[in-house]
Design a protein around this ligand. Structure first.
Ligand code: OGA
Ligand code: NI
Length: 355
C-alpha cells in the first residue's frame, strides 16, 4: 500500500478579515500581531539599490523584424535575472492606466460592495485574502481579487465586479491583448535560448490559461515590520506584472541580495515562473521576489499568471540535458497544485520537482 504519511492533514481554512477592513475599524497604529514578521526575517529596507532590469522592445522580437541584439539582450536577462520589462507591446499608456484605475477604484469601494465577490472558503478565486491554514502563519499586508480570465469558458462571472462599470470590459480587453503579447514573448524567449520557436508556447497549451490577481497593498504605520508579499517564486510559466505607476514595492533577490524593481509606466514586467526553470533544466531560474509596504501611500499591481493545462506533462527539454548539465527535474503535471501544497508547508515548492 502507498505510504500516506506525507499526505498533508486535512487543511482547515481560517477566516480572517481583509487588511482594509481592519483599517476602517479605526486608525491602526501598529499592525496586529499576525502580520508582524517573526525573528530571522530581515526587515525591508527602502535604501536598497535599483535592479537593472533589461527593457526589451517587443517590436524587435516579431519574426519579420527580428533583431539579433535584442535576442542577445533577452537571453542575458533570462539567464542572469529571470525577469525583464517589455515595451512597444501594442498597449497604450492610456489603456494601461485604465487597468490601474479600475484596480484602485475596485478596492476603494465600500466593504459591502466588495463582499459580493468574496472568495468562497475552499476556492482560490474571489476578493479578500489568500487562504490561511495555520495560526502560526505570518499574514501578508495585502488584499487581493483573483480571477481566471482565460479560457473564457472558465470565467466565474459571479466573482467579476460589476463596479466600477468598466471593470469587466477592461479585464477582458487587457487579458485578450496579453494573449497576443504572451505568444510573442514566449517565442522570443525560445529563440533567444536557441530552442525551437514553439517549445514554450506548446507547453503553455491549447487553453492559454490566464489567472489575474489584482493586488492592493495599503500603507502601514510600521512598514519595517510587515511584508506585502512574502519571498516566493511564481508557479506559472511566466507572470506579467503591471506595476503601480508611482509607488515602488516589488523587490528581487539576485546573488543573495535584494534589489528594488524599477517602475516603467508604459512597460510590462515579465517574471519567469518555476515551470520555465523546469523546462530549461535550470538554465533559466525563476527569481525569488517579495513586496514591501510604504508608510504613507497605498500601492496597487495587477499580476497575470500564464499557466499550462493541468494535464500537460512538464519536464526538462532533452536538448538542455547533457553531461555538464545533468537532468535536474522530474516529469510532472499540474505543478500549480504541487506548488500550493509545498507553499503551505513553508517549503520552496520547486524543490518538489527536483530529481
Ligand atoms: C505575485 C507578485 C508582485 C507585485 O502576485 O505573485 O509577486 O508587485 N506580485 O504585486
Ligand atoms: Ni510573484
Amino acid at each position: 500500500m502507498a505510504d500516506q504519511s506525507s499526505t498533508p492533514a486535512k487543511v482547515e481554512f481560517l477566516a480572517t478579515k481583509t487588511v482594509q477592513e481592519q483599517l476602517t475599524e479605526g486608525e491602526l497604529l501598529v499592525p496586529p500581531p499576525e502580520y508582524i514578521l517573526k525573528d530571522g526575517i530581515p526587515c525591508p529596507n527602502a535604501s536598497l539599490e535599483l535592479m537593472d532590469v533589461p527593457i526589451i522592445d517587443l517590436g524587435l522580437l516579431i519574426p519579420s523584424s527580428i533583431s539579433v541584439e535584442e535576442l542577445d539582450k533577452l537571453r542575458s536577462a533570462l539567464t542572469t535575472r529571470g525577469c525583464f520589462q517589455v515595451i512597444n507591446h501594442g498597449m497604450t499608456l492610456e489603456f494601461l492606466d485604465k487597468a490601474r484605475e479600475i484596480t484602485k477604484q475596485f478596492f476603494a469601494m465600500p466593504v459591502e460592495e466588495k463582499q459580493k465577490y468574496l472568495r468562497p472558503v475552499d476556492d482560490f478565486e474571489g476578493y479578500g485574502n489568500d487562504m490561511v491554514v495555520s495560526e502560526q502563519e505570518t499574514l501578508d499586508w495585502t488584499d487581493r481579487l483573483y480571477l481566471t480570465a482565460y479560457p473564457p469558458d472558465q470565467r466565474k462571472l459571479k466573482l467579476w465586479p460589476e463596479n466600477p462599470k468598466s471593470f469587466r470590459d477592461t479585464l477582458d480587453q487587457y487579458t485578450s491583448k496579453l494573449q497576443v503579447i504572451t505568444e510573442t514573448v514566449l517565442k522570443g524567449m525560445a529563440r533567444s535560448l536557441n530552442l525551437e520557436e514553439d517549445c514554450f508556447v506548446n507547453m503553455y497549451g491549447e487553453q492559454r490559461k490566464m489567472d489575474a490577481r489584482f493586488n492592493l497593498y495599503p500603507p502601514c504605520s510600521r512598514p519595517d515590520c510587515v511584508l506585502g508579499f512574502k519571498p516566493h517564486s511564481d508557479s506559472s510559466i511566466i507572470t506579467i506584472i503591471l506595476q503601480d505607476k508611482e509607488v515602488e514595492g516589488l523587490q528581487f533577490m539576485k546573488d543573495d541580495q535584494w534589489f528594488r524593481a524599477p517602475i516603467v509606466p508604459e512597460g510590462l514586467l515579465i517574471v519567469v515562473g518555476d515551470q520555465i526553470e523546469i523546462l530549461t533544466n535550470g538554465l533559466v531560474k525563476s527569481p525569488v521576489h517579495k513586496v514591501v509596504i510604504n508608510g504613507e501611500k497605498e500601492r496597487i499591481s495587477v499580476a497575470v499568471f500564464c499557466v499550462p493545462d493541468s494535464e500537460t506533462e512538464i519536464e526538462p527539454f532533452e536538448s538542455l540535458i547533457n553531461e555538464s548539465r545533468p537532468r535536474l527535474y522530474k516529469k510532472l503535471k499540474n505543478y500549480v497544485e504541487i506548488y500550493f501544497e509545498h507553499f503551505l508547508q513553508g517549503r520552496r515548492p520547486i524543490e518538489a520537482a527536483l530529481i
